[in-house]
Design a binder for this molecule. Structure first.
Ligand SMILES: O=c1nc[nH]c2c1ncn2[C@H]1C[C@H](O)[C@@H](COP(=O)(O)OP(=O)(O)OP(=O)(O)O)O1
Ligand SMILES: [Mg+2]
Length: 196
């Protein structure tokens, strides 16, 4: 079984990527080396995913390692696409998921609406010997001003996927597994991984 090293410290991502890449041995990099800070200072999901994958590839010091990074976030139409690449830092550096979720609901409410069209983006970067590739996936839907359910992570309790009436916090995890930005991007990443 080919080993994929994940350049992430987000447990929700690790859980989902393990589920979605079951034909690989998926290992978070922190199982192999000490966690270190990676500054995600680019302007796009794509570049930030590459920054993470390159940093971990270099730190591992194993040229045959295959490293996969995910940079993702939610963009809300009524907020002109915010928080976008700043989703993890919406309430500041070191913010937690709950604080970010509360702020996003408040900011939508402050626009005088109770929901807004929104979408998640995931950029996946794959870095290995002589190769750097990126792909994207999206999930469209509606961002609510009310959090419902405990499923998923991050902004999922306030996000209703297009075609559904419940949030990702409430829906069976199979729905997210099928539809998510991450699963769409990983389907494409799978084609790259097969060619390695
Ligand atoms: O499926 C998702 N369901 C809910 N929320 C999500 C999802 N996907 C991304 N998000 C949110 C969480 C975080 O606020 C930001 C990702 O930020 P992002 O920098 O890519 O990840 P992170 O800092 O948590 O971990 P790391 O950089 O180590 O991979 O978007
Ligand atoms: Mg991050």
């Amino acid at each position: 079984m080919k080993k994929l090293v994940l350049a992430t410290s987000n447990k929700g991502k690790v859980r989902e990527i393990k589920e979605l890449c079951s034909e690989y041995e998926v290992v978070p990099y922190t199982d192999l080396i000490d966690a270190f800070e990676i500054i995600e200072d680019a302007d796009t999901f794509q570049e930030n995913a590459l920054i993470k994958a390159r940093a971990v590839y270099k730190a591992l010091g194993d040229e045959n390692a295959i490293v996969l990074a995910d940079d993702s976030g939610i963009s809300v139409d009524v907020l002109e696409g915010a928080p976008g690449i700043y989703s993890a830092r919406y309430t500041g550096e070191g913010a937690d998921d709950k604080e970010n979720l509360q702020k996003l609901m408040q900011d939508i409410k402050a626009k005088g609406v109770t929901s807004s069209p929104a979408h998640y983006t995931a950029a996946i970067a794959i870095v290995t010997k002589g190769i750097e590739k990126t792909v994207h996936g999206w999930m469209h839907g509606e961002a609510l001003t009310e959090a419902k359910g405990e499923g998923g992570f991050g902004y999922d309790p306030m996000f209703v996927p297009l075609g559904y009436e419940k949030t990702l916090g409430e829906l069976d995890e199979k729905v997210k597994k099928e539809l998510s930005h991450r699963s769409q991007a990983l389907k494409l990443a799978g084609k790259i991984l097969k060619s390695l």
